[in-house]
Design a binder for this molecule. Structure first.
Ligand code: NAP
Length: 294
């Protein structure tokens, strides 16, 4: 399958992630055409007008039937319902993949709908994005030099995995594979917890008196730290719920860290604070070059 040229890719959900993939694939000449599908026709019309997709079909099953690869790029809470609309029985040679930010929940949804042992589903997650959403936020360079994590199961066929790998590589990404469990644990720490912290900090300050004054004098550090609190609330609700156990485990660890700093302040213990800050700075400086911005 991987040696065959790809004729058609169907992107379900032409927002930031799906739209950017469509643009990148078209630019790279990965396939002859990109078909968009989704629930809102005005979004799909806009995607055609912006040159993001070549054409669209509002009927998901019909769009999927015409494609070699179907990429589901909708919020995690909508995955199950969208999978149900893909008539997998009719498209046994089509490879289905997704871009959801948590992987165990998507694999459960796929197993539930396509049946255990289905070889043509490849769960995936591009570690790329911005705080903006919708088709107007899409851009072709989003995946350049970014990582994509694929989390195949023992049922995933090698051909399907290699086809999805080649798709992301042609969009400019570097592709890694790992277990869904490992993915969800890592991402809970590096992405899901930071989003919760940003949402929580802004909400906390927003509840204070003189909030306008506080935000008026906020400097670059505050802007950097809270940028991701402008992300889509529905998408982040779905991500936190889908990866609930790992996110809660990370929150507990973070709570312990906050408690340590609180106790150091309470005891006026500057040495303790400096010790924590120095350890964190050293760790951050060591990996800073390897961080890809979101
Ligand atoms: P987005 O810009 O809001 O796009 C979401 C797309 O899904 C839109 O086309 C939307 O269409 C469609 N959609 C929403 N709800 C739907 C439903 N119930 N049924 C069918 N279609 C629906 O979001 P995104 O940032 O591209 O995120 C898409 C996926 O990528 C999510 O699973 C997210 O976890 C994952 N992801 C996001 C990022 C990021 O930083 N943004 C990074 C990596 C992975 P209409 O609303 O117009 O109908």
């Amino acid at each position: 399958m991987s040696a065959q040229p790809v004729d058609s890719v169907c992107i379900i959900g032409t927002g930031l992630i799906g739209g950017s993939l469509a643009l990148a694939l078209k630019q790279a000449g990965f396939c002859r055409e990109v078909i968009g599908a989704g629930r809102t026709e005005t979004t799909l019309i806009q995607a055609v007008e912006l040159g993001v997709i070549d054409r669209y079909d509002t009927q998901i099953s019909r769009a999927a039937e015409q494609a070699d690869i179907v990429v589901v790029c909708v919020p995690l809470g909508a995955m199950h319902a969208v999978f149900e609309q893909i008539n997998a029985g009719e498209i046994e040679h089509t490879v289905i993949t997704d871009a959801g930010s948590a992987k165990q929940s998507v694999i459960r949804d796929a197993g539930d709908v396509f049946g255990e042992g289905f070889p043509n589903f490849v769960a995936g997650h591009p570690i790329a994005g911005t705080e903006r959403s919708g088709v107007t936020a899409a851009f072709a360079e989003l995946y350049q030099q970014r990582r994509v994590i694929l989390t195949p199961t023992e049922d995933t066929s090698t051909d399907a995995l290699e086809l999805v790998r080649s798709m992301w590589q042609s969009a400019g990404a570097e592709v890694d594979t790992m277990s869904a469990e490992h993915h969800d644990l890592i991402l809970a720490g590096t992405s899901h917890l930071p989003h919760l912290l940003a949402f929580g900090l802004v909400d906390c300050l927003n509840n204070l008196e003189d909030v306008d004054e506080i935000f008026r004098f906020a400097a670059g550090g505050f802007r950097d730290f809270t940028r991701i609190a402008s992300s889509d609330p529905v998408m982040w609700r779905d991500i936190c719920l889908s990866n609930r156990d790992d996110v809660m485990a990370m929150m507990k660890r973070y709570r312990v860290e906050m408690e340590k700093m609180y106790r150091a302040l309470e005891a006026n213990d500057g040495e303790k604070l400096k010790e924590i800050f120095e350890r964190a700075k050293k760790a951050r400086d060591a990996f800073a070059d390897r961080i890809t911005p979101k």
